[in-house]
Write a protein that binds this ligand. Structure first.
Ligand code: G3H
Length: 236
């Protein structure tokens, strides 16, 4: 069974998110799809969504707090309102564009772990590291586990090479297999691949050994494409 996750990033409105959720829900229910499905809308589009949940809605980010004076952030008081119990942590855009340090990421991880959240924890190397070869790449990736309890029961990992994210350049099957094999040897947790996964290649990628599913940005934002992705992976 493939794990398929859609990260909306800074896309969709409240209204279009509700339509997306509704259509995906209808598709999953009427086709009896067993995939484990996650959708990460923007924080402004969170809702209880008046549908029987056949999949999980999570947040792309939240602060390690229940509430308080943290301008621009949300905490568990806001997440509880929408019964959110799933969070993405360590995404490369938060690391590299928004400047989240490993230390801050580890603190956030610990906070949400203590609360029992399902955590999709992202790791991945930039191009200059990839160009230094597999050993250096793995060293870089393992540093992203500093302060992270990889034995946590509600942990899903996502390997997302930074150079493949939003670029249209998917990692080769060989690259994916090498990295996934190495990570899996050390950490026995579900491991997704992310980085320019498309409708056309999602099935092939999910069939690579030690790939348990995909974390998808761009190719998942149109409802019909996301449904096609689910359709293409439903029997894996
Ligand atoms: O969270 C998703 C990843 O960053 C992949 O994004 P992408 O599918 O647009 O390359």
């Amino acid at each position: 069974m493939a794990i398929i996750a859609s990260n909306f990033k800074t896309n969709h409105t409240r209204k279009s998110t509700a339509l997306f959720v509704n259509e995906v829900n209808n598709y999953l229910k009427s086709n009896n799809i067993k995939n484990e499905v996650y959708v990460f809308p923007t924080a402004t589009s969170l809702d209880l969504f008046d549908t029987v949940p056949t999949f999980s809605i999570g947040v792309q980010n939240a602060y390690a707090t229940a509430n308080g004076s943290f301008t621009g952030e949300i905490g568990t008081t806001q997440l509880d309102e929408f019964e959110i119990k799933t969070i993405l942590i360590g995404h490369s855009e938060r690391r590299h564009i928004l400047g989240e340090s490993q230390n801050k990421i580890a603190k956030k991880y610990e906070f949400y772990k203590e609360l029992g959240y399902k955590i999709i924890y992202c790791i991945g190397e930039p191009l200059e590291v990839k160009n230094q070869g597999l050993i250096k790449t793995l060293e870089y990736i393992y540093e992203q586990f500093d302060g992270i309890d990889t034995n946590y029961e509600n942990l899903i990992l996502a390997y997302e090479p930074v150079w493949a994210i939003g670029t249209g350049v998917t990692a080769t099957n060989e690259d994916i297999e090498n990295i996934h094999n190495s990570i899996k040897e050390k950490i026995k947790k579900p491991l997704l691949y992310g980085g320019s996964v498309k409708v056309e290649n999602v099935r092939e990628i999910c069939q690579i050994p030690n790939v348990d599913g995909a974390l998808i940005g761009t190719a998942s934002w149109k409802t019909e494409d996301f449904i096609q992705i689910l359709e293409n992976t439903k029997d894996l």
